[in-house]
Design a protein around this ligand. Structure first.
Ligand SMILES: NC(=O)c1ccc[n+]([C@@H]2O[C@H](COP(=O)([O-])OP(=O)(O)OC[C@H]3O[C@@H](n4cnc5c(N)ncnc54)[C@H](O)[C@@H]3O)[C@@H](O)[C@H]2O)c1
Length: 438
């Protein structure tokens, strides 16, 4: 029997063993999903502390609960290792390691290359390898075939290679890895078929495309679409401020149009490991082809300028009260890059924190999800949110709109609040605090 048919049969019977390389925000939920669908999963992770936690049935990722992890470990469906030789015994590998930008803003594929180096000695016939890390179009086709062919295997016959972008939205309670459709493109047609056959067993809606490059491009288009629309609405916030109209009112009223309009919301900047980073992958690839990605470049310029604009507004608002930023006490409410999660990566609130500190502000923060944060050389701890702490502040800036914050307490005891997320609109005019919106 051909390997492709053998694998499909093993997927249907749930006999295939799954290896997930990189057990982070993406890898752990995918491991849990595969295990909960009845596959035996082994997480391959270089961080020993994480490996020990997984094997004890504990979770360090918000989207997988300790109970869920523990149930899978007890059933013998989930374990973890640091040992790449374990990949000799798996039929499916998902690669979910980081793909950051380096200091010059170019893609850093170092993690993916190091996975390939360590995996190569353990390649074997009858395996499906899926890269899930976000990357520039053309990556999978460029870097996998040379290694696999050099190791003596035929792609689409012995080993099946596909790219399937991860669409995980941390903290989203309506759409998780199982009910979010997933795009899949293989190097050959058979690769796509084999990959589809696997994902059909674990998710509700796999969506096939014709190539790995198409699948890579889909992910970048989705996130570039968001980055550009957020750039547009951030610029709209600046325009509305100059025109002395309320940007939130404009967005709400525009949203009454039942067709041809999608609301996006402004904020202190773009954060997270994806939306600010992914368009740069496309821009980088296009630079190599001597094409300038004007929309991406402009949106990046607007979005990265937002923390500075927010700080300028803070200066303006303090000024109106006759206070300089220097020695003003400022509390940032929410540091994570978006509401409801603990992820601080690329968070614009951190830029606001640093910029205000550099201008001499005495800055502290409260974030129910992030107990501590590294600001340059200093480890800063989240303050308790109580009336005494709030009363001491010259200004409270709502930088992330977490829902589990007692905003009434904040409104009741603040002198001035600058709400960059429009979360305390219902308190407007109700307390003594002067409330300003982005
Ligand atoms: N976080 C998100 O919301 C999200 C959403 C969609 C796509 N993505 C993409 O998914 C990929 C992974 O992102 P993440 O947020 O899960 O990263 P992460 O940093 O949370 O997790 C990556 C894990 O990989 C491990 N690792 C690094 N090198 C390794 C190696 N050689 N072998 C084994 N383990 C290794 C790290 O120790 C870490 O635990 C990235 O390409 C990212 O762009 C992330």
């Amino acid at each position: 029997m051909e390997y492709s048919e053998k694998l499909k049969e093993m997927f249907i019977n749930h006999q295939a063993k799954v290896g997930i390389i990189g057990m982070g925000y993406v890898g752990y939920p995918m491991a849990y999903l595969s295990a909960s669908r009845g596959f035996k999963v082994i997480g391959l992770e270089l961080n020993e502390e994480r490996v020990d936690m997984i094997n004890r049935g504990e979770s360090y990722i918000q989207d997988v609960s300790g109970e869920e992890a523990s149930e899978m470990v007890q059933k013998g469906l989930l374990s973890a290792t640091t040992d790449y030789s374990e990949m000799q015994n798996v039929q499916v590998i998902m690669i979910t390691v980081p793909t950051p930008l380096n200091k010059t803003g170019d893609p850093d594929m170092g993690y993916v290359f190091s996975v390939l180096d360590m995996l190569t000695p353990h390649l074997h016939s009858g395996m499906l390898i899926v890269l899930e890390s976000t990357t520039y179009p053309g990556t999978t086709e460029e870097i996998f075939p040379p290694v696999v062919v050099e190791a003596g295997f035929e792609i689409g016959k012995d080993i099946f290679i596909a790219f399937s972008p991860e669409r995980i939205d941390p903290g989203n309670i309506d759409y998780g890895p199982r009910n979010t459709p997933k795009v899949i493109g293989g190097i050959t047609e058979t690769c796509t078929e084999v990959a589809m056959a696997f994902y059909e067993q674990i998710i509700d809606t796999p969506v096939a495309v014709n190539s790995t490059t198409a699948a890579e491009m889909v992910k970048l288009y989705e996130n570039t679409f968001r980055a550009i629309n957020i750039g547009l609405v951030n610029e709209l916030a600046i325009i509305c401020h100059l025109l002395k109209v309320d940007v939130w009112e404009i967005i709400e009223a525009a949203s009454s149009k039942p067709f041809g309009f999608t609301p996006f919301y402004p904020g202190p900047g773009l954060g997270g490991h994806c939306i600010p980073v992914d368009p740069s992958y496309l821009a980088w690839k296009m630079r190599a082809l001597e094409y300038k990605t004007r929309f991406i470049d402009l949106a990046t310029e607007v979005n990265t300028g937002m923390p500075v604009w927010v700080v300028d507004r803070v200066v303006e608002l303090l000024n109106e009260e006759g206070k300089p930023v220097k020695n003003s006490k400022i509390l940032l409410l929410g540091l994570a890059y978006k509401a409801g999660i603990d992820d601080l990566r690329e968070s614009p609130a951190l830029d606001v924190f640093r910029l205000l500190q550099h201008r001499g502000g005495i800055v502290c923060y409260h974030d129910p999800f992030c107990p501590s944060v590294q600001i340059d050389e200093e480890t800063v701890l989240s303050m308790d949110l109580n009336s005494d702490v709030i009363k001491k502040q010259d200004m409270v800036i709502i930088t992330t709109g977490h829902s589990n914050v007692d905003y009434k307490l904040v409104v009741d005891h603040s002198k001035m609040i600058f709400d960059t997320r429009n979360v305390i609109r219902s308190f407007e005019g109700k307390g003594k605090a002067k409330i300003h919106f982005l």
